[in-house]
Design a protein around this ligand. Structure first.
Ligand code: PBG
Length: 324
């Protein structure tokens, strides 16, 4: 393999040849579209830090879901913003909660669309942490019961997949047991197994009103310095019964995506999070980058690193561009 016999540029000569030798595909089915549903209609509308994204009312929500389905995306991931927050996150597992109502409507209107729900307590707790607070600390074991109840209530409403994002130890096992006990043996679990304590969630917390009122999430989310630990958490989630795994955020953690991909056989998702989206939008708004090309390159990089599935705010838009 030596120049001049070997010339690597031969395979880059034309769009036709580049197309046939490209190693990584982007297809709509690989994308999951996150959507925000808000209980209070007055709080619906566009999000400052996430231009192009909005909070939908329960009644409006079918619209973005239908658009995603028409574009051929793999599914939608639902986040709820409730009216009422308390110390037990009771609105998270209320039968008539905002997510439960939204799930029922989407399932009725779009029965073939894969529906994933984020299972967490932060947006439902008056203190904004992902579990029950005791003496200023998030009590792991006390939180499991509430998370399990939340997942079961989503399944009862019609969700296909429960996606716990809280980072409590043992949540996958607790949720699996609770689902099975109530007869939801067919409801799958997508574990946010490898979720970092990341500054890239900033815009999301504004959208979901889920910022912790005191302290931070470093006591339960992972240290960005750690990659070996990611493999450990992925294996634990698999052993507890997770059907699919997730690494989050995506672009700053491509090495972690690769390691987890190589360490398990489960389908692997990567979450291209709100701050990653906001950076692209801000730079593009200033005319500093070619927005569409940066989006395509970012999603390709995440796939190349080993993600089977990409959860991204660009899901519908990117899918529409791919099919048009
Ligand atoms: C809830 C949750 C968060 C995100 C998804 N689920 C925020 C957090 O952990 O603080 C972040 C998603 C994004 O930034 O796009 N725990």
């Amino acid at each position: 393999m030596q120049f001049p016999t070997t010339r690597t540029r031969r395979l880059r000569l034309s769009p036709a040849i580049r197309r046939v030798v490209g190693e990584t595909d982007l297809t709509p089915r690989r994308f999951i579209q996150p959507v925000f549903v808000v209980e209070n209609p007055a709080a619906a509308g566009p999000l400052d830090a996430m231009p192009g994204q909005r909070r939908w009312t329960v009644d409006e929500l079918v619209e973005p879901c239908r658009r995603a389905a028409d574009a051929g995306v793999g599914g939608v991931l639902l986040f709820g913003i409730p009216n009422r927050k308390d110390a037990m996150a009771s609105a998270a597992y209320a039968a008539d909660g905002v997510v439960q109502r939204a799930v029922a409507i989407i399932k009725r209107e779009l029965p073939d669309l894969l529906l994933i729900t984020d299972v967490c307590l932060c947006a439902y707790m008056d203190h904004g942490h992902c579990g029950v607070l005791r003496d200023g600390n998030v009590d792991n074991d006390a939180s499991l019961e509430l998370l399990a109840r939340t997942a079961v209530s989503h399944a009862r409403a019609g969700a296909d997949i429960a996606a716990p994002s809280d980072m409590m130890d043992g949540r996958v096992a607790a949720i699996r047991a609770a689902l099975d006990r109530d007869g939801f043996t067919h409801t799958a679990i997508l574990s946010y197994a490898v979720k970092y304590a990341s500054a890239f969630y900033g815009p999301f917390r504004e959208a979901a009103e889920s910022a912790p009122q005191s302290g931070d999430r470093k006591g339960y989310q992972m240290d960005p310095a750690n990659a070996r630990e990611a493999v450990k958490l992925a294996r634990m989630a698999e052993q507890e019964g997770a059907d699919m795994l997730m690494v989050k955020p995506a672009l700053p953690y491509l090495d972690v995506i690769r390691r987890v991909r190589d360490a398990t056989t489960l389908p692997l998702a990567a979450y291209h999070v709100s701050g990653e989206y906001a950076m692209i939008e801000a730079a593009a708004a200033n005319g500093w980058i070619d927005r569409d090309r940066v989006i395509h390159e970012s999603l390709t990089a995440i796939r190349r690193a080993g993600a089977d599935i990409i959860i991204t705010y660009y899901a519908t838009e990117a899918a529409e561009r791919l099919i048009s």
